[in-house]
Design a protein around this ligand. Structure first.
Ligand code: ADP
Ligand code: ZN
Ligand code: ZN
Length: 739
């Protein structure tokens, strides 16, 4: 036998690595874990990942095939990412090949060389540009050009086009037009790097508040060890400023910082502040990039050219040359948990990565997850509170508005409408939050009771009036709106319930002449439409803002003084035990949009359950008191974070099959589930979705360790038993949604 056995993670649904021999005539020194290897797989070739070198194989060596080629001279992933992926695929019981694939940009998965890219050219304002801006006459008819120039004037070090995209929709064309007028210039991609002085931060740093200074000092004193910090700060308390100071401290040591954020498209401000404050190129990783852009950003991070890296969920696997700090902004956000395939939680993995690296991890939120609050209480996390707003503006008071027996106009009560009028009369802005897009969630026959049921799901189809379609928000199926009842032929079909589109339609005649901006997934689908809506809001062209949770994130609307939560009831009695936590977080996130400037704001919550105990605590005492009450309920009921869960999901076209699989799984579990609770199997709350019947079996344990020991054995049995190929199943460790 010659040479080692290569254990290769190959993209495949199988829970194993695959053994290969080294390529013929290969340099054994090049075979280091972390390099990519081209291998034959079945009848095709694919790119795999060398995870380990082994001494032997459980297979007959004569049957092993040699790999075809080693694609990298150097390991593609640094050792810490390799270790993180190894840990994560085991913890989440996910096939290693698929887990490794999640960590790599598509082009690298396809075998593209990992060549160092050129940093993008930087655009700068010229002296002539500054003059033009000051005179402003020349720019009166070119608002886009003015916005760009304005932005560039504040960043003398220059910005790349990608950064400017959120500022102006068509930024490349606008930059070209500005260059033609001699008002901006760009550094060519191959120009020598700017001298250090030019990179120096031009913006005078803010004087920190006492709480901010405490937080910065505490973390800065422990940059060389692992510790999780929970930065709990109300909206506008200056969390971003704390992140920036800490990143600067880490950069000063010659190390890099990685910051995770839920959705980059929705937080252009965060990105802009990072770019303005931090020197050098920023690597930005998110799903809106082209494959090439993504690879470039990834390589900038790996080579250490980018000092700070900002990205969404999968950026937790971003390679860093000299990692010094990990930040998770809005750590409670659900989008950190991948909801299909490799179901990892990026916040939890960031903590594991920080532990493996021995560096601090900062979790920030105005409304931390109850899990994180509990960890702070037990001392596992170090709590850093920022209890007050900085830089002007007080927190808006929140009022509960009892709408029982109130006359309602399209879902809005009279007191709320009157308040809207008062604020609009003062030339201020009003924000209405309704977490349901479309016109109405149900179309109903008034004659016979027929409902617009989806053919594939246990759900109703939502009426989208503007597009004249009924759409299922669960499977995407859609069809034209019925004009007569398919059952009885009556034409008396009625739209029941309210969505954002209906609210917009209803408000137009009530507030004639006032511009309305609707922000939801439908109105922002086209590229650039979100940016232009935001611009209209900021310049006051639209003063009524209607939106789904898309509105709740990250935006600053200084003129919004009234926030109306149209329907808080959905969240209060949801099927999931996390419903009330989600509702509280959403309410406070939305409320945080009000009164950010000098003008005081107010928040009104419409509800039919004004005495709901958790809602009352939230409104009268704030989030920490709410969290304490909600945690007490969880403890009473032995729910997370006082228990640990894993959810085995199964689905099949035939309803019996999914349940039969889970019953068999339960039978396999019982002999080994000592001290654990097995709950189910039961059909999922929405049993049929996209034509498949879904069910699940919940495993719960008081301690994490026994749960994972059990899962190791159980999944082994499940993989070995895989008999019914009609059933799709998956395991969700630490599930965030139970359906
Ligand atoms: P958060 O991220 O907690 O919502 P931000 O960091 O966005 O808060 O800060 C809110 C606003 O307050 C921003 O406009 C920021 O520039 C400003 N700000 C932050 N820290 C200070 C400070 N120490 N003094 C004055 N203004 C500040
Ligand atoms: Zn009918
Ligand atoms: Zn459907």
């Amino acid at each position: 036998m010659t040479g080692p056995i290569l254990r290769i993670a190959v993209p495949s649904p199988l829970y194993q690595t695959f053994d290969y021999l080294p390529p013929l005539n290969s340099d054994l020194a090049a075979l280091r874990p972390g390099v990519r290897v081209r291998v034959p797989f079945g009848r095709r070739q694919t790119v795999g990942f060398l995870v380990e070198l082994g001494a032997d194989s459980t297979l007959d060596p004569a049957l092993l095939r040699p790999a075809l080629a080693v694609l990298d001279h150097e390991p593609l992933l640094p050792a810490d990412v390799l270790a993180l992926l190894q840990w994560a695929h085991r913890y989440y019981h996910h096939p290693p090949g698929d887990a490794f694939a999640a960590a790599l940009p598509v082009l690298l998965r396809q075998g593209e060389p990992a060549a160092v890219p050129q940093p993008p050219p930087l655009w700068r304002i010229t002296a002539a540009g500054r003059t033009a801006l000051a005179e402003s006459v020349a720019l009166r008819r070119a608002p886009a050009q003015r916005r760009l120039l304005d932005h560039l004037a504040q960043c003398p070090a220059g910005l790349d086009a990608e950064t400017l995209r959120p500022v102006v929709r068509d930024c490349v064309a606008t930059l070209r037009a500005l260059r033609a007028r001699g008002w901006v210039e760009s550094s060519a991609a191959d120009a020598p790097p700017l001298p250090e002085t030019a990179l120096a931060v031009p913006i005078a740093p803010l004087a920190l508040s006492v709480a901010q200074a405490d937080a910065v000092a505490t973390v800065s004193a422990q940059l060389d060890q692992f510790q999780v910090f929970l930065l709990e700060g109300v909206t506008g308390s200056g969390k971003t400023e704390v992140y920036l100071r800490l990143i600067e401290a880490v950069l000063a040591q010659g190390r890099q910082a990685l910051a995770l954020t839920p959705e980059i498209g929705l937080t252009p401000q965060l990105l802009a502040r990072f770019r303005e404050r931090l020197p050098g190129p920023l690597a930005v990783l998110h799903s809106g990039l082209s494959d090439r852009e993504r690879l470039n950003a990834w390589l900038l991070a790996r080579d250490g050219t980018a000092k700070a890296v900002v990205g969404t969920r999968s950026a937790v696997f971003a390679p860093l040359r000299a990692p010094g700090l990990l930040i998770v902004d809005e750590e409670h956000d659900l989008s950190y948990k991948q909801q299909d395939g490799f179901r990892y939680h990026a916040r939890d993995l960031a903590i594991m990565r920080g532990r493996q690296l021995g560096i601090p991890v900062v979790l920030g939120s105005a409304t931390p997850a109850l899990e994180s609050i509990q960890n702070a209480r037990t001392g596992r996390y170090h709590l850093l509170p920022l209890p007050e707003r900085v830089g002007g503006g007080t927190e808006a008071p929140i009022l509960i508005l009892d709408v029982r027996r109130q006359p309602m106009t399209e879902g809005l009560s009279r007191p709320l409408l009157e308040r809207m009028r008062a604020h609009l009369d003062r030339n201020e802005q009003v924000l209405l939050f309704l977490n349901r897009r479309g016109f109405a969630p149900i179309l109903l026959c008034h004659e016979c009771g027929w409902l617009s049921q989806c053919r594939h799901c246990d759900a109703r189809m939502t009426l989208h009036l503007r597009q004249r379609r009924l759409t299922c928000h669960h499977c995407g199926d859609n069809r034209s709106v019925d004009t007569v009842c398919p059952l009885c032929g009556s034409v008396d079909l009625r739209a029941v319930g309210h969505g954002t589109e209906r609210l917009e339609t209803a408000l137009r005649p009530l507030f004639p002449g006032i511009g309305i901006a609707r922000l939801d997934r439908d109105s922002t689908r086209r590229r650039g439409s979100l940016e232009s809506l935001l611009a209209d809001i900021h310049n006051g062209d639209r003063r009524i803002l209607i939106g789904t949770q898309m509105l709740a994130k990250g935006h600053h609307f200084p003129d919004v003084t009234l926030v109306g939560i149209v329907d808080a009831d959905q969240g209060l009695y949801g099927v999931d035990f996390r419903s009330s936590e989600r509702m509280a977080q959403l309410i406070l996130q939305v409320a945080g949009r009000a009164g950010r400037a000098e003008k005081p704001g107010i928040v009104i919550i419409q509800t039919h359950h004004p005495d709901h105990p958790l809602l009352r605590v939230l409104v009268s005492e704030g989030y920490p008191a709410f969290a304490a009450a909600a945690l007490a309920e969880r403890q009473e009921a032995l729910l997370p974070p006082f228990a640990h869960q894993a959810l085995l999901r199964a689905e099949a076209v035939d309803p019996e099959r999914a349940l039969a699989f889970l019953n068999a799984a339960r039978a396999l579990a019982e002999p080994i589930a000592d001290g654990l609770e097995l709950l189910g199997p039961v059909p999922a709350p929405m049993e049929r979705r996209a034509g498949r019947y879904r069910a699940h079996l919940l495993v719960q344990a008081a301690q994490r360790q026994p749960l994972h020991r059990f899962l190791d054995r159980w999944t082994g049995l499940l993989w070995a038993e895989r008999k019914d190929r009609q059933v799709r199943w998956s395991l969700d460790v630490d599930p965030m949604e139970l359906y």
